[in-house]
Design a protein around this ligand. Sequence first.
Ligand SMILES: C=C1C[C@]23C[C@@]1(O)CC[C@H]2[C@@]12CC[C@H](O)[C@@](C)(C(=O)O1)[C@H]2[C@@H]3C(=O)O
Ligand SMILES: O=C(O)CCC(=O)C(=O)O
Ligand SMILES: [Fe+2]
Length: 333
Amino acid sequence: MDQEPPLQQTYKTLLHNSSLGEPKKENIFMAEECDLPLIDLSQLNAQRDKCIKLIAQAAREWGFFQVLNHGISQEVLKILKDEQMKVFHLPFQKKIEDNFLNLSANSYRWGNSKATSLKQVLWSEALHLSLADISRMDECKSTLRSAIEAFVTVAGSLAQSLAEILSQILGIKSTYFQENCPPNTSYLRLNRYPPCPFPSKAFGFMPHTDSSFLTILHQDHVGGLQLLKDGKWFRVKPNPQALVINIGDLFQALSNDSFKSIKHRVVSSEEIERFSVAYFYCPSNDAVIQSCCSTKRLLPGVYKHFSFREYQQQVRKDVEATGDKVGLSRFLL
Ligand SMILES: C=C1C[C@]23C[C@@]1(O)CC[C@H]2[C@@]12CC[C@H](O)[C@@](C)(C(=O)O1)[C@H]2[C@@H]3C(=O)O
Ligand SMILES: O=C(O)CCC(=O)C(=O)O
Ligand SMILES: [Fe+2]
């Protein structure tokens, strides 16, 4: 039985129409490689202030950086990747069954059924899990569950430490994240990118920003991740020892636009499947996001105050209506 979601069938019309007299587009494979800041977190002990400055600079200038000595062992990453491969290689019919792995509906996602143009294509499948779901995961798939648990335990504390460092820079009170991001409010997304017969036409993951405070990403050796800096797309060279950290929409709002939630995308490969795992550090639904500067009345706030629930509802509504999220600009004052 086939493991692949019917992506080609789903995007048939979009793929067909695309060849009709379109102007020549950018060559997405030719993007320049970027020199993403690489920060050694072990320096937080010996040279704390210097290391914090590097993190602040990366969050302001790039919205993206990589970290080494992050505390997530290569063994944990390897076991998770093996389990991820096993689960995505199950027959497609099994993956779409109600109660797959005892997860809530919509945890297994594939493609973008709302795509209205090729720019909105996701040539990928994902397990998008709320951390609360993990403890309810099927016991018979306990190897997957324990691999996920081992990863999220360490990723959770790394996310909190990084968020606290970033909040210190902004002058936000040190307990903000403990109060607003209790255990289990974050999300984990396991991504698989099947080989794509039309890599120049269909993205593995369409350009988007993340709806988190920050995201911790581990990509395998295949490559394909690109980010938009100053209007230009750059390739992020895979570094299996490192984790990629990116600022999400919520930190951009909290920082009154000091930190940038940067658009990123994944370019498909024609030959090889690719795997990645993203930990989205998110608050409880009721948490209210208001900019640090407006609380301290230093600068006029750029965004209205909004709850995480409102933000997610707006994203869902926009994706439903247009195939894409509008994002933070919905909440401008
Ligand atoms: C089609 C889409 C799915 C997505 C919203 C989007 O318009 C493009 C980005 C996707 C993403 C990536 C980060 C988060 O996982 C997510 C929840 C988000 O806010 O943007 C997902 C959205 C999703 O899977 O619903
Ligand atoms: O697979 C990747 O490298 C990026 C995935 C991503 O951006 C996401 O899951 O939000
Ligand atoms: Fe993302």
